[in-house]
Design a protein around this ligand. Structure first.
Ligand code: PHE
Ligand code: FE
Length: 293
C-alpha cells in the first residue's frame, strides 16, 4: 500500500500521472490479453458472481489494456468510482485520500512476459483486472470508500499494520461463501492463476469465517500464497462489521502489533478448513523443485 520514496517529478500533487494509453506497445496490449485469457480459464466457477458481473459490465475483456478515462466514465455511472493512474505505490495518506473520494489509484505499467506469475509491485493487470470489477458492486464500493476514510482517521493511531491486515484479508485475499460454495472476491487472488486454484482447492491453507478483530491481529504473507483466508458471508456483513464499529479501542488494544501468526488457528475460530500448511512447510514459492531430496 505504501512506500517512502519521493514523489516523481511527473506526478501531480495528489500523486496521479497520465496513464499514457497511446504509449502502450502492441506487445503490452497482447500481454494484457494473454493474462486475461489465462484468468478466464480458471475464474468461472471460482470467482464471485459480483466480480464476473463487474468484468462484463465494464467490458474489460474487449481486448488490450483498458483506457482509464473511458473505463472510469462507465464505472462512475454505476457507483461513482473512477480509476486514476499513479506511479506504483504511493504514501498511505495519499492512498487513503483517493479511496475516501472514490478514486482507485492504479499502476499503469504492465508486467513483462517473463514475469507473468510473480510480481513485486502491482501492475495495471492486478490493479484493473483484480480490483476494478468489484467496484461496480454498490456495497463493496461503499466499503472501499469507508476504508479510505477509516485510513485517514487511523493516521492518528499506531494502527497501520492492523488496518492493513483488514485490507489484505478482504480486498486483496478475501473469499465469500455462496450457495454454490466458496468463491473468490480478493484482487490478489483473482489476478493470479495459481493462487485462484490454491485459495479454493489446496489442502494447505486455513479457511476461517470473517471476524473483524481476529483478522486485524493476524500477520500475513506478502511474498507468497496466504496461509489463511478469511471468508465473508456477504458484502453487507463486511460493510456492517467495519463501518458500524469504532476502531479506536481496537487500535488501542492491538498497539500496532500482530498477536497471531499467519498460520494460527485459535479456539473461537469458525473453521471452514483447517489447513495442513504443507505448502508453506515445504518452503512455499521458493521450495526446491525436487522437494530438496
Ligand atoms: N469504522 C472504522 C473506524 O472507526 C472505519 C472503517 C470503516 C475502517 C470501514 C475500515 C473499513 O475507524
Ligand atoms: Fe491490490
Amino acid at each position: 500500500m505504501s512506500n517512502h520514496s519521493e514523489k516523481p517529478a511527473n506526478a501531480r500533487d495528489d500523486w496521479t500521472i497520465d496513464q499514457g494509453w497511446s504509449d502502450y506497445t502492441a506487445d503490452e496490449h497482447a500481454v494484457w490479453d494473454l493474462l486475461y485469457k489465462r484468468q478466464m480459464d480458471v475464474l468461472p466457477g471460482r470467482a464471485a458472481p459480483e466480480f464476473l458481473e463487474g468484468l462484463k459490465a465494464l467490458d474489460l475483456g474487449k481486448g488490450g489494456i483498458p483506457e482509464f478515462e473511458a473505463m472510469s466514465d462507465e464505472l462512475e455511472a454505476l457507483t461513482g468510482w473512477r480509476v486514476v493512474a499513479v506511479p506504483g505505490l504511493v504514501p498511505d495518506e495519499v492512498f487513503f485520500d483517493h479511496l475516501a473520494n472514490r478514486r482507485f489509484p492504479a499502476g499503469q505499467f504492465i508486467r513483462k512476459r517473463n514475469e507473468l506469475d510473480y510480481l513485486q509491485e502491482p501492475d495495471v493487470f492486478h490493479d484493473v483486472f483484480g480490483h476494478v470489477p468489484m467496484l461496480t458492486n454498490p456495497v463493496f464500493a461503499d466499503y472501499m470508500e469507508a476504508y479510505g476514510k477509516g485510513g485517514l482517521r487511523s493516521l492518528d493511531f499506531a494502527a497501520l499494520k492492523n488496518l492493513a491486515a483488514l485490507y489484505w484479508y478482504t480486498v486483496e485475499f478475501g473469499l465469500i461463501q455462496t450457495d454454490e460454495g466458496l468463491r473468490i472476491y480478493g484482487a490478489g487472488i483473482v489476478s493470479s492463476k495459481t493462487e485462484s486454484i490454491f485459495a479454493l482447492e489446496d489442502p494447505s491453507p486455513n479457511r476461517i469465517g470473517f471476524d473483524l478483530e481476529r483478522l486485524m491481529k493476524t500477520d500475513y504473507r506478502i511474498d507468497d500464497f496466504q496461509q489463511t483466508y478469511f471468508v465473508i458471508d456477504s458484502y453487507e456483513q463486511l460493510f456492517d462489521a467495519t463501518v458500524k464499529t469504532d476502531f479506536a479501542p481496537i487500535y488501542d488494544r492491538m498497539q500496532g502489533k500482530f498477536a497471531l501468526k499467519p498460520e494460527d488457528v485459535v479456539a473461537d475460530d469458525a473453521v471452514i478448513t483447517r489447513g495442513s500448511q504443507a505448502y508453506a512447510k515445504a518452503g512455499g514459492r521458493l521450495a526446491p523443485v525436487d522437494g530438496g531430496k
